[in-house]
Design a protein around this ligand. Structure first.
Ligand code: NAD
Length: 370
């Protein structure tokens, strides 16, 4: 890869720009202290893009995304744009990016930092040390399958139709992502579907099993039905390493797993495309949370989800594992030291602002790089 990695930053709306400011400080730190050069471009997306250009996803933003190696996204949306036509809503910016960049694998880690184990809705012993990676298929399945729609029937009633559909290629490419991740983790993949009732799930199970036998026999593969997976996630979550599943089941299970970790302000995510012939993977990285209009501009936003999304970007798109681990370790240490933004505040801890949390992460990075 060229020395300077091309990074497109899209802060978006609400708290997006606030949490992105803290990431930019880390990027500057990486540049100054680790000699890592990034060519950073900033673009418009969401409501701010609509205000400036009349579109939530301007052509310039698409062009900049296609010309970049990775995209770091903030958040989009806000009540002032809720009345707009669907095609102009800020969320179109995000959906447009995912589609145009052909990002088919959504990675949602559910990691419980030791210092936050008490913030989970489950008992500490069930979640302390939890580290799950959910890989959700993002561009197929029932959210996109045809036929779809609502039709009027002759008797005056209506009929709503959606279609759960998967092809061999769609299943294999996302399963491959899961197996590759498991190889770098604890070597276990749970493939989750409903093959007891759905043919598309039976195909899913067949294809995952076939790919496993052909190329990934060193990874352990277990199959689990989606209803059981939901139960197991809250019964004994630490049994999981990597879970791979369909768009619909992944949507639900990843939110369920997220809540095991306690806070929306801590959750990063990645959406990845296929590797190019040189093995480079284009990705879009973003916190799971939205634009949080209720706390915008008050210094209350937790920047850690955006910072951890940047760490994922370094790990998966730029192959900079050392730098990613440095950031993860700094986050862990700052939390262990007792600093908390308001959303994760606990008795006896010290409350800090968005900038205060950024300061603490930078100080910790300094300490570790000294
Ligand atoms: P939200 O995630 O913005 O906020 C939910 C709650 O969590 C709020 O009380 C908020 O203050 C809090 N919160 C979220 N992130 C936080 C952080 N980093 N630090 C501290 N507290 C945080 O979800 P919402 O309120 O349902 O949606 C608000 C807007 O965001 C809507 O317009 C919605 O469409 C949009 N949205 C965007 C995305 C995205 O850009 N990917 C995702 C979800 C929602």
């Amino acid at each position: 890869m060229a020395a300077n990695r091309k990074l497109l930053i899209l802060p978006g709306d609400g708290i997006g720009p606030e949490v992105m400011t803290e990431v930019r400080r880390i990027i500057d730190w990486m540049d100054a202290r680790r000699g890592v050069g990034f060519d950073v471009t900033e673009g418009l997306v969401g409501g701010v893009a609509y205000e400036a250009t009349g579109s939530p996803f301007p052509d310039e933003t698409l062009e900049a995304a296609l010309a970049s190696d990775a995209v770091l996204f903030g958040a989009v949306g806000g009540p002032q744009w809720d009345g707009l036509d669907f095609s102009l809503r800020p969320e179109r910016g995000l959906l447009g990016l995912r589609k145009e960049l052909e990002l088919f694998a959504n990675l949602r880690p559910a990691v419980v930092f030791e210092a936050l184990a008490d913030a989970s809705s489950l008992k500490r012993e069930l979640v302390a040390g939890l580290d799950i990676m959910i890989v959700r298929e993002l561009t197929g399945g029932i959210y996109f399958g045809e036929p779809r729609g609502i039709e009027q029937l002759a008797d005056g009633s209506r009929r709503g139709v959606n279609t759960e559909v998967y092809t061999t290629g769609e299943i294999r490419r996302v399963a491959r992502v899961a197996f590759e991740l498991a190889r770098k983790r604890r070597g276990l993949v749970h493939s989750v579907e409903k093959s007891n009732v759905l043919e598309s799930s039976q195909l899913w199970r067949d294809e995952v099993t076939r790919l496993h036998g052909e190329e990934y026999a060193d990874v352990e593969l277990r199959h689990m039905l989606a209803d059981n997976a939901a139960m197991q996630l809250v019964r004994e979550p630490k049994q999981f390493d990597v879970m791979v599943t369909t768009n619909l089941f992944g949507d639900i299970l990843s939110d369920c797993a997220a809540m095991l970790t306690g806070s929306l302000g801590m959750l990063p995510s990645a959406s990845l495309g296929a590797p190019d012939p040189a093995g480079f993977i284009r990705g879009l990285y973003e916190p799971v949370h939205g634009s949080a209009p209720d706390i915008t501009g008050q210094g209350l936003a937790n920047p850690l989800a955006e910072i951890l999304s940047f760490a994922m970007l370094l790990r998966y798109s730029f192959d900079m594992t050392d730098e990613a681990e440095l950031i993860d370790a700094a986050v862990s240490a700052v939390l262990a030291g007792g600093l908390r933004t308001a959303d994760i505040m606990q008795p006896g801890m010290a409350k800090v602002s968005t900038t205060g949390m950024g300061d603490a992460i930078l100080a910790e990075l300094d300490k570790r790089a000294a």
